[in-house]
Design a binder for this molecule. Structure first.
Ligand code: IPM
Ligand code: MG
Length: 379
């Protein structure tokens, strides 16, 4: 295929995606389902160890529902780098089929191969799953109570440079081109989710983050659509910032307290949420919710730490981020009170009390001990 044909292909694919988005109905109401299936994907490296601990915590909180058959935990096998590389697919077909039989997913980190690795250069499993299940909203809360920080990032999760990250073109030996996609429909749904969240949670301000002064067409559209949506929420103050100065302002102690809810295109969201998580205590402390209308996936945002496994230290890995992701999962499927309880217990164990210390080595606690510590604060 020559590059003109490939370009036409890309455009028709995206126009089709817009038609699909236009048809999309409302959100699945999990409380009205007879049964909610929670798929558990261990992933790579330390993933299986830490997700096991998170599953134990959630199972304990949902024990009644599990007995009644209202909740089922289901282990999804095969989303490992070995299997993905062998099949040459970001998500092998049979694994995707099993995933689609679940309603929500709890996922450990998965290895993303990069050029030059020993693995086939398959697309990131995260990115592929976000696309396959249309998980358009990446919601990342960052809270640092002692510094008066309470941020919730709404990162668009299916468009921007990620939409065709593996489909760039080398036009000649010297000219490489990637494609950045922003659609009205894709922007409107993330903006509505952010403003609805702000309204329900009595937040006063929503901040739109772009680089629309330079990236005029795509970021220009993102900004316009978000501003249009803001018109339906007159009680909420809306402002807009450019990503460069926003990155600076997150470390400005006076200014940063004013931010509450942020909406960002995919790549800026990827970067800014790592910065925010680092301020909270490291990317290992943050959880992330990938939400679509019919599926949702909750995951740790850190990597798979292969070195810890090579050195036999996975049992000392910190399960906090997957447990936090579990708290988001609970709230998403309708168990708000239990989710709050879990958040409180995490805070008690990691900020207030700290009776158990995880060091990642045998001079600290194990992940299993940490999970028991959290549970002891709940029951
Ligand atoms: C994240 C990660 C992923 C992303 C990687 C693993 C592809 O950094 O969830 O933020 O870039 O979205
Ligand atoms: Mg990231």
């Amino acid at each position: 295929m020559n590059y003109r044909e490939k370009f036409e292909d890309i455009i028709s694919g995206q126009l089709l995606r817009i038609e699909e988005m236009k048809k999309d109905s409302g959100f699945t109401d999990y409380r009205s389902l007879e049964k909610t299936v929670i798929g558990v994907i261990g992933g790579d490296g330390i993933g299986p160890a830490i997700t096991t601990h998170a599953q134990k915590v959630l199972s304990s909180l949902l024990s009644e529902e599990i007995k009644k058959g209202k909740i089922e935990f289901r282990t999804i096998e095969g989303l490992t780098i070995e299997n993905r590389a062998a099949k040459g697919k970001a998500i092998p077909d049979d694994v995707l089929e099993e995933i689609k039989k679940c309603n929500v997913l709890l996922k450990g980190p998965t290895t993303t191969p990069r050029k030059g690795d020993k693995w086939a250069n398959v697309e990131s499993a995260n990115v592929a799953m976000r696309k396959a299940l249309d998980l358009f909203a990446n919601v990342r809360p960052v809270k640092i109570p002692e510094k008066d920080i309470d941020w919730t990032f709404f990162r668009e999760n299916t468009e921007c440079l990620y939409a065709m990250g593996s489909q760039g073109m080398n036009i000649t030996e010297d000219l490489a081109i990637d494609f950045r996609v922003i659609t009205s429909q894709g922007t409107e749904r993330i903006a509505r989710m952010a403003f609805d969240y702000a309204k329900e949670n009595k937040k006063k301000r929503v901040t739109i983050v772009t680089k629309a002064n330079v990236v005029k067409t795509t970021d220009g559209k993102f900004l316009d659509v978000c501003k249009n949506v803001s018109g339906d929420y007159p009680e909420i103050e809306t402002d807009d910032w450019y990503i460069d100065i926003m990155t600076a302002k997150l470390i400005d102690e006076k200014r940063r307290k004013q931010f509450q809810v942020m909406i960002l295109p995919n790549l800026y969201g990827d970067i800014l949420t790592d910065e925010a998580a680092e301020l909270q205590g490291g990317v290992g402390t943050a959880g992330s919710a990938n939400i679509g209308k019919h599926y949702a996936m909750f995951e740790a945002i850190h990597g798979s730490a292969p070195r810890m496994v090579q050195e036999g230290r996975e049992k000392y890995a910190d399960p906090c981020s997957v447990i936090r992701a579990g708290a988001m999962l609970l709230s998403h499927i309708g168990y708000h009170e239990r989710s709050e309880k879990l958040y409180d217990a995490i805070e008690e164990c990691t900020v207030k009390e700290k009776n158990i210390r995880l060091t990642g080595r045998d001079d600290g606690a194990t992940g299993a001990e940490f999970a028991d510590y959290i549970l002891s604060k709940i029951s």
